[in-house]
Structures are given as C-alpha cells and as structure tokens.
Design a protein around this ligand. Structure first.
Ligand code: MG
Length: 248
C-alpha cells in the first residue's frame, strides 16, 4: 500500500516542489574580473582556445563537439546540444571560467542558463549539475541560481559578477563510491569556489540532479565524462574559457 501511495506521489510531483526560494544568499562584491591565470603544469587542459579535441557531442559520443571557438572562448551552440569530455574522471580539481553575455535577456532560469555536470551519467540520468545562470540581478529559486548544486543546495553567498564579466569556478569533486550491490558506500562531496569565494563547503550530494522529485543514488557508476549544458532557453549563449583539470 505504501508503494502505491509513493508511486502516486511521484506521478503528481511538480518541478516547483523542489524549488527553494529563501533564504536568499547575501551578495558579496568581488570587483571586476581578473586576468586569466595559467593552469598548473600537471593539469590536463580541457579547453584553451586551441580547438575542441577534448570534447564530443553528448547525444552521440562518436560526433565532435559542435560549439564555436571564438578566440580563447568557447561559445555554447544551443542547436548542437550538450557537449562532454572524451576523458572519464573520478575525483578531481576543476577550474573553468564562464561569461554571461553583456546583452543577456530573459529572466529566471531562462537568462544565461548553462551548467557543469560534474559527472555526466547519460540520458535519463543527467548527472550532478553545478548550475550556471545569470545571478547578478535575476530572481530565481536559490537552489537553482549560479553556485548551486541544482535543486539540492543553494550557494552560501552570491559573489556574482555582472553580465559581460568573466567568472571563475574552482571545484573539488569527490566522486561517490558504491558497494558491489549498487548501494552507495560514500556519497559525492563537492567544494566550489566561485570568483574566489567559497559557496559550497564540502557539500554532500543527495544523488544525481533531479528536475522533478527527490534525488537519490539510484545508479551505480564509475568514472564519467564532465558535461557542459546547452540549455534550451531563448537567451543569448554564454561562453567558457580556460578549462583545466587535475585528477585526485
Ligand atoms: Mg543549467
């Protein structure tokens, strides 16, 4: 009987059920963007403006990533869909920079939405999303703003720069570990430093990102690609640059 009730509850679940709107993280002023910092010598360079050799299409890993390289930046091509790394990663330190275009339009989740899936698990189970969306002066649910682990944890504070400015994410990702049986042995944890400010402090994830319903570790997995999101909203595409990783 309990199972029946649970199934019914899942069927009636709405996206809004897992949105959190308060408390709103306090704004922190971090000033203008700094010059791009060179990667450490032992990093694997995932993108530095010299092509997309490290990336493939998420829809078909046999196809190249069809996003636009513009100088040292990588511009999202929404028509081409999500892209992901050729390489698979377990735990790592990741640096990337992203920019909401100065002429951004739209509101809420439809204003510069993208994201970094810290481990991408494929169709139907997208992985673990560290959200990107304009959060300078744009109201949305706080567990869906930039710096959030989407639909799970809001950032501790909001050190957002204005559109047109480069912003940095430095991420320390400890991949989840599973028992042979598939049950979770050690959940994923993540630390995120956004524009030099800590916004996720060794946060324990509830499972892969769920748009509707409660997340849980339903899929046992090992190493996985990292995925960048081509979100389906109508706003102007965002850019990335200086993406590098160090495996732990
Ligand atoms: Mg997103």
């Amino acid at each position: 009987m309990a199972l029946y009730v649970n199934a019914e509850a899942q069927q009636n679940a709405k996206p809004q059920d897992t949105e959190t709107w308060t408390p709103v993280p306090a704004k922190v002023n971090v000033g203008k963007a700094h010059a791009m910092v060179a990667p450490p010598s032992d990093a694997v360079i995932l993108f530095n403006g010299k092509g997309l050799d490290e990336w493939v299409s998420n829809a078909d890993r046999n196809k190249p990533a069809d996003w636009k390289v513009d100088g040292d930046a990588l511009v999202v091509n929404k028509q081409a869909g999500n892209i992901e790394t050729k390489r698979m990663f377990g735990s790592y330190q990741l640096h990337l920079e992203w920019k909401i275009p100065a002429n951004i339009t739209g509101e809420g989740q439809a204003r510069g939405n993208s994201g970094v899936f810290l481990a991408s698990l494929g169709k139907g189970d997208p992985g673990y999303e560290l959200q990107i969306v304009d959060s300078y002066d744009n109201k949305t649910y706080v567990n869906g703003m930039a710096g959030s682990i989407y639909k799970q944890f809001a950032p501790l504070v909001n050190p957002s720069r204005e559109p047109g400015q480069w912003q940095t994410y430095d991420v320390i990702w400890n991949a989840p570990e599973f028992e042979e049986s598939g049950t979770v042995k050690r959940p994923a944890t993540v630390t995120v430093i956004w524009n030099g400010v800590i916004v996720q402090n060794n946060t324990t994830l509830m499972g892969p990102t769920q748009y509707i319903g409660k997340p849980s570790y339903s899929v046992k997995h090992g190493k996985a690609p990292i995925k960048l999101q081509a979100h389906g909203d109508k706003s102007e595409p965002i850019s990335f640059r200086n993406i590098w990783i160090r495996e732990l």
